[in-house]
Design a protein around this ligand. Structure first.
Ligand SMILES: *Cc1c(COP(=O)(O)O)cnc(C)c1O
Length: 373
């Protein structure tokens, strides 16, 4: 029986709420369900302000505009990440300075960041890989000392915490994804979190195509017009309706994901001398976004993926180092990013979704153990 890598989970009321949005007659952005989602996130995670977006990519692009990134500004970010983390800043003319990953975790190596700061540095972008927090005290202290803006790519980090503080609420700005491969989904979808007062009023303007339309709806101005740059970053209220149905089941979704993650972790602990297991630092929580293994070599990974596929278990690798990509290689400063390249070559993600039965989980576990025996 085939075990797919991912299968979107439907909590139950998605289409009912979408029909409700249609019946309400406001299906463009910033409608009833959008407001309900904003309130949910602000209440539950104490974000100062949230704005739903059409994707995390959009939220990152909004963050780059809000951070006032201009041509020549330098932005420090991990090389082991999704292209959107980088594209958002290069679109504004930034010079990207890629950092390596940690040896014990694919997230940015915090200890390297200080040496990458120059007088031109404007922002640090961290990625909470697999929903496991970056050591934010280190990053925020560097930002404070050097007057830098911190943006959290929290695409994978919903309902995860750093020393008890929700991810996405620590940096000046944060970006979440509700793409169908994430824990909480709306097909395509995302959210920008704004945690510093100075970005709040401008964030609504950029969200609404550079107009002060949000202030107009609140009656703060008597007509709205073009006041800044911006784009159409807001999702339709039909998308927000879908998302709200998921949010009502957030705890249930998280509980089951964590159960599966723990079953994998316990089963693979005995082979941890042969294959690197995920590491959760004491300051971080695990939101069970992803279960990954890091093989000893690319050859071993290819063989493991092949072994799994023969047993109809669909596991996948992940990012290719951005500093070594076809697009960026000629612009990279030549530093070797050994850990990033190692994760590119050796990391495997196992199926982790709510359609997995206990039998499926046992099949995946036995297949991996069989490979390493
Ligand atoms: C999924 C993901 C994104 C992009 O999210 P979209 O909603 O698909 O735009 C960006 N960064 C990271 C780290 C991701 O995992």
């Amino acid at each position: 029986m085939k075990i797919p890598f991912n299968k979107p989970f439907f909590a139950g009321k998605e289409t009912e709420y979408m029909e409700e949005a249609v019946a309400l007659g406001h299906i463009s952005g910033n409608g009833n369900f959008t407001k309900k989602c904003h309130k949910y996130f602000q209440d539950r995670y104490k974000f100062k302000k949230t704005l739903l977006t059409s994707s995390c990519t959009d939220a990152l692009e909004m963050a780059a505009i809000l951070a006032n990134i201009n041509p020549g500004d330098e932005v420090i970010l991990p090389s082991y990440t999704f292209v959107s983390t980088a594209n958002a800043f290069i679109l504004r003319g930034a010079k990207l300075v890629f950092a390596d990953s940690r040896a014990d975790h694919p997230g940015i190596d915090e200890s390297q960041v200080e040496s990458l700061i120059s007088p031109k540095t404007k922002a640090i972008v961290v990625v909470h890989y697999a929903g496991i927090a970056t050591d934010m005290n280190v990053i925020m202290a560097l930002a404070k000392a050097n007057n830098l803006i911190v943006i959290e790519d929290a695409a994978q980090a919903i309902d995860s915490f750093y020393n008890g503080v929700p991810l996405g609420s620590i940096g000046h700005l944060g970006a979440f994804s509700f793409h169908e491969t994430k824990n909480i989904i709306s097909g395509e979808g995302g959210m920008l979190t704004i945690n510093a007062d100075e970005y709040i009023s401008r964030s609504e303007i950029i969200w609404e195509k550079g107009t002060n339309r949000s202030a107009f709806w609140r009656g703060e101005v008597d007509k709205y017009g073009w006041v800044d740059i911006g784009s159409s970053f807001l999702p339709s209220d039909i998308t927000a309706a879908f998302l709200f149905a998921q949010l009502e089941h957030l705890d249930q979704i998280q509980d089951r994901r964590k159960q599966i993650w723990n079953q994998y972790f316990e089963a693979f602990e005995p082979i941890s001398h042969s294959v690197q297991l995920p590491f959760v630092p004491a300051y971080a929580t695990n939101n069970a976004h992803m279960f990954y293994l890091v093989c000893e070599s690319i050859e071993q990974r290819t063989a493991l993926l092949e072994h799994l596929r023969k047993n109809e278990v669909y596991a996948v690798f992940h990012y290719l180092s951005l500093h070594a990509s076809e697009y960026f290689l000629s612009q990279h400063d030549g530093r070797n990013l050994v850990q990033s390249d190692r994760y590119s070559d050796c990391l495997v993600r196992l199926p982790l979704h709510l359609s997995l039965t206990d039998d499926d989980i046992a099949t995946v576990i036995n297949c991996v153990l069989d490979f390493y025996s």
